[in-house]
Design a protein around this ligand. Structure first.
Ligand SMILES: [Zn+2]
Length: 401
């Protein structure tokens, strides 16, 4: 349902340009704008008016079956192009299909470094990591995958990451004492697989192999725990020929990632699956139309993934899905930036994002406005799944649990 009326008129320019506003007021205004937009277009109700116990079931047998999928809404988008009246046409699947089933958190702030690898690493550790965004290093603190596997005694097959950029190859585990190598998630880099399958790349796959929109010259050293071409057949039951034939039908790296993720769900059914999307970040090229196309594709792929959850008996009914951006993008009103193209000013708009949770144990159709931080995700996953993220600096999200 697309509504254009005075009721849903965007407030974004007014509060981003408003003289004398401090950062907290701008962040709150962004959050309120999202809240009002979602109330008017998707019919969500305010969570603060609810009472009663959490719908999360905490019994041991429920926990054993529980599955969690985290999707980063990749590359980050601004509200003008998504959760605002003028952006709603780019996210019809989220708005009409997923948002009405979700608990939507309108005020998620990221106070860390706004680079995709370091920010996503921070999401996985629950600590604002300070590693060099363009280097092949492990997160400094234990990842959610290590906490999950160690505390719940889960095998390697139960925790996976599907990541679009080869620069994410170390995201599955830290080098911390008592955690570290061999105790985290296996990382699948679909582009690395495709490049290996085509012996370094072929012209008809160039559009799927473009790796890093912000720093195209960065080529990380691979090696370590990532998934290799020879595992394609053994784990995903996919021949190189079939993989390449399917890749030929795809239009973007994120489509390739979702294809691999669905294959992984069918073959391994991991309980903790993390998928980082990245197509939207083509915005760095400066082409607004490609940025919009990336948002629309990501909107469609998130819903396609959720439909795959419902169609898979291992996942249907016991899966909680989290969708959140790693961070946003610069506003049009900060002189230090160039609007949608980058995320280099560190302005409030690029730091104040959202998160939606849906599926098992989640209240449906509810908006929560209380501020939270992106590092609060890991402790919340710990509370849901039953592990203790001891070194995380975030707090469990009380409105979720
Ligand atoms: Zn970027």
């Amino acid at each position: 349902m697309i509504i254009r009326s005075a009721l849903t008129r965007s407030l974004i320019p007014e509060f981003l340009t408003g003289a004398g506003r401090n950062q907290r007021e701008i962040a709150s205004a962004l959050s309120s704008s999202r809240r009002e937009f979602l109330r008017n277009t998707a019919g969500l109700v305010l969570g603060s008016t609810l009472s009663g116990a959490s719908p999360f079931l905490r019994g041991e047998s429920v926990r054993k079956k529980r599955k969690v999928i985290v999707v980063t809404f990749g590359g980050g988008a601004r509200d003008q192009e998504t959760f605002a009246p003028e952006g709603q046409e780019n996210i019809p699947h989220l708005l009409n299909e997923l948002v009405p089933q979700s608990s939507f958190f309108t005020h998620v702030s990221n106070q860390g470094i706004l680079g995709h690898y370091v920010a996503t690493a921070s999401l996985t550790t629950g600590v604002y990591e300070t590693l060099n965004n363009f280097s092949a290093v492990a997160p400094e603190h234990p990842t959610v995958f290590e906490y999950f596997r160690k505390d719940l005694k889960r095998p390697a097959s139960d925790a996976w990451v599907v990541a679009p950029s080869n620069g994410f190859n170390r995201i599955g585990e830290s080098e911390c004492r008592s955690y570290g190598p061999g105790t985290g998630a296996t990382v699948i880099l679909p582009k690395h697989l495709l490049a290996a399958a085509t012996s370094g790349g072929a012209a008809d796959f160039d559009h799927l192999l473009r790796d890093n929109y912000e720093n195209p010259l960065y080529t990380p050293q691979l090696g370590g725990g990532e998934f290799e071409l020879q595992q394609l057949d053994g784990i995903l039951r996919l021949s190189v020929a079939d993989f390449m034939a399917h890749a030929r039908t795809l239009s973007s790296p994120d489509e390739l990632s979702i294809y691999i993720a669905k294959r992984l769900m069918q073959q391994e059914a991991p309980s903790l699956l993390w998928i980082t999307m990245h197509d939207i970040d083509v915005a760095h090229s400066g082409a607004y139309s490609l940025y919009i196309e990336g948002i629309r594709r990501t909107d469609r792929l998130c819903t396609e993934l959720w439909n795959a959850v419902q169609a898979n008996p291992e996942y249907a009914g016991n899966t909680t899905l989290f969708i959140l951006p790693d961070f946003g993008r610069d506003s049009d009103y900060d002189a230090g930036g160039n609007g949608f193209q980058h995320h280099r000013t560190g302005d409030v708009a690029s730091r104040t994002t959202w998160m939606m949770a849906l599926g098992a144990g989640v209240r449906e159709g509810v908006i929560f406005n209380d501020p939270m931080q992106s590092i609060d995700l890991v402790p919340s996953l710990g509370a849901i799944m039953g592990f203790s993220p001891a070194q995380s600096q975030g707090k469990p999200i009380k409105d979720l649990l």
